[in-house]
Design a protein around this ligand. Structure first.
Ligand SMILES: Cc1ncc(COP(=O)(O)O)c(C=O)c1O
Length: 395
């Protein structure tokens, strides 16, 4: 067996393969350059064009572009009228922004535990934490596999909760034959470079509800009900600020990039699926690790490919294995430290140990690189490195 790089052996690769990376082609560069030479750098026609194309791609009536996935979540909690008197239920197995958007509005975050197989919210656990103060539910499609949306929708309507789907991982995913994008009251997306398509930084909220869409549009523009371009068109200087909003606008430069990227979405999701299938086949015989479970009625978009270690079958722990893979130049990562474990949430009084599934699974997870620009050689490097490291640590 080859010596591990972490012990001075030759690494599987000479350069670090990141866990995620953007794909930018000449069409993208051309689209941005053309917009750079146009009259509108921001709040112009490209934003609307991008919103229309995005809404149509996910099958929603309205799409509202904002400056990040975090801004999208904040706009969603604003549109849902979350305030200091409200509880909002969400998952601990996510990026902090999913919970933070509740705090921005002064609401209280109630974490419910996840299912062990998909790491998505467990509807039974959600049911158990619904309080009379609960006003909304934010479900996350962890790693790109849609949550139990039908069960959660039934539960949400029974308790009169607004359902927000944080689909930052799930652009291009499907659930029971339907596209993610109009399966909750509000669906949010992130357009960060590691996501399915990118605008550098950026986010989108989709909804079928015209009134919610209007609130979202005002919120991203200081709470003002018309934007500069609309006033230009009517020749009026008059505007009113009706709510306390923010400047969360996406620029025309970013929207031009988003439009060009959106054209490649299908191809890129297909490539992510091919890579995931290769990993799952390659690791099927390794009893030291578990590959992701995909439920038969879901079409995941594979933002992440997360393996879980069978810690009783390996010498050493996750940290050593992680370091060994990094030394082989495989840019592994961990998604996620349970949100209530962060010092900010600990300071609010959340206690470790209340979400045993998320917490136990966190201790044994590692995200492998997955992004469409990976070559077949890159994919095989990951397979080789995982085999090399896992067999070394085998008991
Ligand atoms: C589940 C989830 N929600 C929200 C966000 C925030 O998105 P952004 O980085 O675009 O603000 C992320 C980003 O990684 C995420 O993974």
């Amino acid at each position: 067996m080859h010596r591990l790089a972490v012990e001075g052996g030759r690494p599987v690769r000479t350069t670090l393969l990141p866990y995620g990376h953007q794909c930018i082609d000449d069409d993208d560069v051309r689209a941005v350059t053309e917009t750079l030479q146009s009259s509108w750098l921001t709040t112009g026609p490209k934003v609307e064009e991008f919103e229309r194309a995005f809404a149509s791609a996910v099958g929603a009536k309205h799409a509202v572009a904002v400056s990040s996935g975090t801004a999208a979540l904040h706009a969603a909690t604003f549109a849902a009228r979350i305030g200091p008197a409200d509880d909002v239920i969400t998952t601990p197995m996510t990026f902090a922004a999913t919970a933070n958007c509740v705090r921005y509005q002064g609401g209280t975050v109630v974490f419910a535990d996840v299912r062990k197989d998909t790491l998505n919210l467990d509807p039974a656990k959600v049911e158990a934490v619904v309080t009379p103060k609960a006003k909304a539910l934010i479900t996350v499609d962890y790693s790109g596999q849609p949550s139990d949306l039908d069960e959660l929708s039934v539960l949400a309507s029974r308790h009169r909760l607004i359902m927000i789907e944080d689909a930052s991982h799930a652009l291009g995913a499907s659930y029971r034959g339907r596209r993610v994008g109009a399966l909750a009251h509000l669906t949010t997306f992130s357009l960060h470079p590691v996501k399915h398509i990118t605008t550098g930084e950026g986010g989108m909220i989709t909804t079928d509800d015209a009134e919610l869409a209007e609130r979202l549009r005002a919120f991203r523009n200081h709470g003002i009900s018309s934007d500069y371009r609309q006033r230009e068109a009517t020749g009026s200087w008059f505007y009113e600020m009706t709510d306390l909003g923010f400047n969360y606008r996406l620029t025309d430069l970013q929207s031009a990039l988003g439009l060009s990227q959106l054209e490649k979405l299908e191809t890129w999701v297909a490539r992510r699926r091919t890579i995931a299938a290769r990993y799952s086949t390659a690791f099927a015989a390794l009893s030291e690790i578990e590959t992701p479970t995909v439920l038969p009625d879901r079409g995941p978009a594979w933002h992440l490919y997360v393996i879980r270690l069978n810690l009783d079958r390996i010498r050493m722990g996750r940290a050593e294995l992680f370091r060994a893979l990094r030394a082989e130049n495989i840019g592994v990562n961990v998604h996620y430290i349970p949100v209530p474990w962060h010092p900010y949430y600990q300071g609010l009084g959340y206690k470790k140990g209340e979400w045993p599934v998320a917490e136990n699974e966190y201790a044994r997870m590692i995200s492998l690189p997955i992004f469409p620009a990976m070559t077949d050689r890159d994919v095989e490097d990951v397979v080789t490195a995982v085999n090399k490291v896992v067999s070394y640590f085998r008991k």
